[in-house]
Design a protein around this ligand. Sequence first.
Ligand code: I3S
Length: 128
Amino acid sequence: DPTSPKPPTSPSEKCGVLNVTKITEHGKKVRKNWTSSWTVLQGSSLLFAKGQGGGTSWFGGSQSKPEFTVDLRGGSIEWASKDKSSKKHVIELKTHQGTELLIQSENDSIINDWYRALMDTVSTHAWE
Ligand code: I3S
């Protein structure tokens, strides 16, 4: 029925397993530590939890608190240059707070979807 109301535009919500490392924290370079993380994009926040297993499948479980969260507002997203990592398909995320992360997946369609979603998020939540 073309006259029926459209569902509200979907919130920017997305999740999946990605390889993640910090490279800078509060403007200071830190040692890389690539970790497979359950990653959730929720509004303008990006949440990471360590590991994929452990039985609990969602943050709702009391023992599966996000390992860390970054605020995407005022941040930037770009494909990482070769000197940032030898890996393929690496996104570089710079937050407003001076944290830099690399986010990677071996699967190029997965990483392209994340790139698009993160780009959309930083542009729609530029600064409120
Ligand atoms: O940028 P780097 O320092 O070459 O990054 C690599 C290292 O962090 C390495 O660990 P250690 O040097 O701490 O042992 C990691 O195993 C590599 O994965 C890092 O490089 P890539 O190119 O994979 O991001």
